[in-house]
Design a protein around this ligand. Structure first.
Ligand code: HH2
Length: 294
């Protein structure tokens, strides 16, 4: 439940205790950094780099050392037009990495999947959070799987599927429509037995949105506070940043930092990022500034 006393002056961010399988992740005072680990051949910015489980393990440990509070492991790219993979293929990619990390890493592991089978496999290897980019649209059984394991659950907005989402997406009011979608997803998750204290919401930057929609979402991110849940933002290296900077994914770090800072200053509790050290430094300075403003 939100605590009134945790409100920060200068930064409109409430405090939450996020429940992750019996442990608590405190959200609000410190911006949390979720490091991205894509165990895929085709992710938009780091595809193929961590398919080898040894390399994936080393990368996760490096991100932990750089200040990541969680590591989000994905076995399927969700970039526009990506080829969907079968659950067995997705599991075969992520399971060896989860097994290697189980005893070595201290920060919680999250599984980035839309499939209950993959979520179950990952949670059985010790993952604590399920990150569903489909907001329970793809596999309705996913919420029950998260509930059974008492796992955390991220509900993200996506318009359509990765195959269709960038085909002329349109909204009358993106923030209102996305908030309504997330509200319904929260209700579905709770009906399946996931407690509110285990949920986070994410507006889904880049998932069925034009560059203009993404900038409007970023500018109005503070409006999601009305949903009364912690907010995760995944802005890192996304193409709407490239549309301004005119650079490919590897040239979007400074743009990503600016977008991340804008999100934190509008109430984001957690940033999902590829470049952990840079974002951790940025967030520490913003958090320290917020503290001084109290
Ligand atoms: N973005 C991506 C994947 N998962 N999860 C959440 N909650 N929010 C996001 O914005 C988000 C996400 C896409 O980024 P990436 O994993 O780097 O690429 P790909 O889907 O190509 O693997």
């Amino acid at each position: 439940m939100p605590k009134k006393s945790g409100r920060l002056s200068g930064f409109p961010r409430r405090s939450f205790d996020l429940e992750l399988r019996g442990s608590i992740l405190k959200l609000g005072l410190e911006t949390k950094i979720m490091g991205v680990l894509n165990v895929t051949p085709d992710s938009f910015s780091d595809g193929g780099a961590y398919l080898d489980p040894g390399r994936a393990e080393a990368r996760a440990l490096q991100m932990e050392a750089e200040g990541a509070h969680l590591i989000d492991i994905g076995g399927e790219s969700t970039r526009p037009g990506a080829r969907p993979v079968a659950a067995h293929e997705e599991i075969a990619r992520v399971r060896p990495v989860l097994k290697r990390l189980a005893k070595k890493i201290k920060v919680p592991l999250s599984i980035d999947t839309m499939r209950s089978e993959t979520a179950h496999a990952a949670l059985s290897e010790g993952a604590k959070l399920v990150n569903d980019v489909s907001g329970l649209q793809f596999d309705p059984a996913l919420a029950r799987t998260a509930a059974r394991h008492q796992a955390g659950l991220v509900l993200m907005h996506m318009k359509g599927s990765p195959q269709t989402m960038q085909k002329e997406p349109s909204y009358k009011d993106p923030v209102r429509e996305i908030a309504a979608f997330l509200k319904k997803a929260v209700r579905r998750a709770m009906d399946a037995g996931v407690p509110r204290s285990a949920l986070m919401i994410d507006p889904g930057f880049g998932f069925g949105k034009t560059a203009a929609h993404n900038f409007e979402l970023l500018a109005r991110l503070g409006e999601f506070e009305n949903l009364g849940l912690p907010v995760l933002a995944g802005l890192s290296r996304k193409s709407f940043i490239g549309s301004v900077i005119k650079a490919g994914p590897d040239g979007r770090l400074y743009g990503s930092l600016a977008a991340g800072a804008a999100a934190v200053m509008r109430g984001a509790h957690m940033l999902r990022v590829h470049d952990v050290l840079a974002h951790a430094h940025m967030a520490r300075i913003l958090d320290r500034t917020a503290e001084a403003a109290c």
